[in-house]
Design a protein around this ligand. Structure first.
Ligand code: NAD
Length: 507
């Protein structure tokens, strides 16, 4: 398969013709659907902020149609044997693999994420379908809990139609991470993708439909959060909402879902520490530090955006870090050489750039980057940035910037590292670099975060739990943890016939 800049641009252009020619519709009950209001919104590419096309602006009526379709399809889908669901999900995975290059090209163009990462993200989407497809036959399995005179056993059943609301940072992969376990559990889905990156959600719905997924099992409604996301979280047919996005949006969704008692699963923001001790393999640590904040444009929930570096190695480490940051290749996302592409939207670029002034006004030093970097005067490009000499109480250390921006803070010893790491509202991930095995374990225990990696960048194992503590989320995804969310557990208690039943009213 070609992967050079020119062929990528040519092939993306061919794929995008379709979206340029007409409005991007919803996908409801197995069909593309123009929407009930006829209203649309513009979708721009971050490469130069030019128009890609118009997108159907979903509203409460579109959501209602999708939720009713999901409700109607649920009766049959939940009864489909697990083996049959598994087969279908593997067919969807095959379809994703077949179209992986198309998905990657569209995603890169639409979101600004570098093609080198999006190629892998599309394939990872297929892996999510295979992994959870393989788990479908055992999804209902429960526990046997015998007592003296009764046998208790548990079974699980899918909770019902669910809403999936996703963000724009790696839209395709993230949506499969939610949709695949929901389908494997026997739930039907209404997906509301992010308005800044709408296209690959439609491609997923089409691939699933072509693979033979029954109508109404996976529906996709495009639109803004307030207009389409909100009614989805309020709809009575929807039993649970799986949401990935900002912490503040999570609070809104919790409130919106209160009247209908929605079960919620939140994967929210992060300001994750990477802690480098003097005894670490500093070369490997350097690779991981650079990768975990500057890959995916730093628009990554698990990015290690706070570097905690031990004082004794601070100078040596920072010198090498500055060199690496200055050397990062910022460029067009379809260029395979590009390491950092343009940020998703002009509004997000403004937000990221606002931190440059904030950092200096609060007393940090810009050691690399620190300004927007349009190419030929266009696009949401920004220089990969490193702040040094920061304190943990500064806004650049406390707030999620969600861009290629790293804040470095020094610490003296283990205790201070723990205090700094935990002195934050977020608790998604933490990274520790040390060659002292005991310290690795101590730090893993002490850091308040849902996921800790020791001597590693973010390395995912699909059965392992993924999720955050504190303001970073509620619940865990991955393996059986996902089924805990998408399914109800039912206890069945059967008497052996020997126990005494209280006799009221007898003489
Ligand atoms: P966002 O919260 O602005 O939007 C996410 C989605 O929610 C979009 O589809 C949006 O339309 C929708 N939405 C907005 N308001 C809504 C409302 N009132 N009701 C229902 N839906 C609504 O987030 P974003 O800017 O798209 O994404 C970036 C954020 O996502 C960052 O904070 C990042 O850390 C987080 N994120 C977290 C994880 C994780 O696993 N923890 C993964 C990726 C991204």
């Amino acid at each position: 398969m070609p992967d050079d800049f020119a062929s990528n641009c040519q092939d993306a252009d061919v794929l995008l013709k379709r979206f340029r020619a007409g409005n991007l519709p919803h996908f409801i009950n197995g069909k593309s659907d123009e929407g009930r209001s006829g209203k649309t919104f513009d979708s721009l590419t971050p490469i130069d902020n030019s128009l890609i096309g118009e997108v159907a602006a979903g509203n409460a009526d579109d959501i209602d149609a999708a939720c009713k379709a999901a409700e109607a399809a649920f009766a049959e889908w939940k009864e489909m044997p697990g083996q049959a669901r598994k087969k279908l999900m593997h067919k969807i995975a095959d379809g994703i693999v077949e179209r992986a290059r198309d998905i990657a090209l569209v995603e890169s163009y639409d979101s600004g994420q570098a093609i080198r990462f999006m190629n892998k993200a599309a394939i990872r989407g297929a892996a999510n379908f295979r992994f959870f497809g393989d788990m479908a036959p055992g999804a209902r399995d429960g526990q046997s809990l015998p007592a003296d005179e009764h046998i208790n056993y548990t079974v699980r059943q899918p909770i019902g139609p669910v809403g999936v609301i996703t963000p724009w940072n790696t839209p395709f992969m993230l949506s499969t991470w939610k949709i695949a376990p929901a389908l494997a559990a026997g739930c039907t889905v209404v997906h509301k993708p992010a308005e800044w990156s709408p296209y690959t959600a439609m491609m997923l719905a089409e691939i699933a439909h072509d693979a033979g997924l029954p109508d109404g099992v996976l529906n996709c409604v495009q639109g803004l959060g307030e207009d389409a996301g909100k009614p989805l979280t309020e709809h009575p047919a929807i039993k649970a909402v799986a949401f990935v996005g900002e912490t503040v949006t999570g609070s809104h969704i919790m409130r919106q879902g209160a009247d209908t008692l929605k079960r919620v699963h939140f994967e929210l923001g992060g300001k994750n520490p990477v802690i480098v001790f003097e005894d670490a393999d500093l070369e490997r640590a350097l690779d991981a530090v650079v990768f975990m904040i500057y890959s995916l444009n730093g628009e990554r929930c698990t990015s290690s955006s706070r570097l905690l570096i031990q004082e004794s190695v601070q100078e040596e480490f920072t010198t090498k870090l500055v060199e690496r940051v200055k050397n990062l290749k910022v460029g067009h996302p379809l260029d395979p050489a590009t390491e950092v592409g343009p940020l998703i939207h002009d509004r997000h670029l403004q937000k990221v750039c606002s931190y440059f002034d904030i950092a200096t006004s609060e007393g940090a030093t810009v050691a690399a980057g620190g300004k927007a970097a349009p190419i030929d005067g266009m696009g949401n490009y920004v220089e990969p940035t490193l702040f040094v000499g920061a304190r943990n109480d500064m806004r650049i250390a406390q707030q999620e910037v969600f861009g290629p921006v790293l804040t470095a803070i020094t610490f003296k010893n283990e205790q201070e590292a723990i205090e700094i790491a935990n002195d934050i509202d977020y608790g998604l991930a933490g990274y520790v670099w040390t060659n002292d095995i005991g310290r690795g374990h101590r730090m893993a225990r002490a850091i308040d975060a849902g996921m800790i990696w020791v001597n590693s960048e973010n390395n995912r194992h699909l059965p392992a739990p993924f999720g955050g503590m504190k303001n970073s989320g509620i619940g865990r995804d991955g393996g059986d943890y996902s089924f805990e969310f998408y399914m109800e557990t039912k206890n069945v208690c059967i008497a052996m016939g020997s126990h005494r039943i209280p006799q009221l009213g007898s003489t």
